[in-house]
Design a protein around this ligand. Structure first.
Ligand code: ZN
Length: 136
């Protein structure tokens, strides 16, 4: 697979409203989009840091993955997302061939009109890893 850059860092938070003043008023970043991703039961807020984005993830339901992660003591960076240039579907197949456990067997739709696929942190040096590309 060909990774061109880090697309974003996913950051799990209890409340986007509670943390935005830090990112905006202290770091001087700007939130340019807020979007709810219904099937992942999260509200997302995006900020740009040069080419890289921060994706703040707030659970919208107690059974969302992020809610469970926070409940288990998760804090801060939840995942790293890499932009792949030659397709998420192909990259997932390649990873599976290299014995990487997949969370998503096929790409699915994420926030910001991206196709995404997650690799299991057990096989990625402990970091939940997302591969993404713009949806066609
Ligand atoms: Zn993400």
């Amino acid at each position: 697979m060909k990774i061109s850059r880090i697309d974003h860092l996913g950051i799990g938070v209890e409340s986007i409203d509670a943390v935005l003043p830090y990112y905006e008023n202290v770091l001087g970043l700007k939130c340019y989009a807020v979007e709810e991703v219904a099937d992942q039961k999260v509200k997302t807020a995006f900020l740009k840091v040069g080419e890289v984005k921060l994706e703040l993830l707030e659970p919208t339901s107690p059974d969302s993955t992020i809610a469970k992660w926070l409940e288990k003591g998760g804090k801060g960076v939840h995942h790293v997302a890499y932009a792949v240039e030659d397709g998420v579907a192909e990259a997932l197949v390649e990873c599976e061939g290299k014995e990487i456990k997949l969370i998503d067997k096929a790409p699915r739709k994420g926030a910001e009109n991206m196709m995404i696929g997650f690799l299991h942190p057990k096989c990625t040096a402990g970091i939940l890893t997302e591969l993404c590309e713009p949806a066609k």
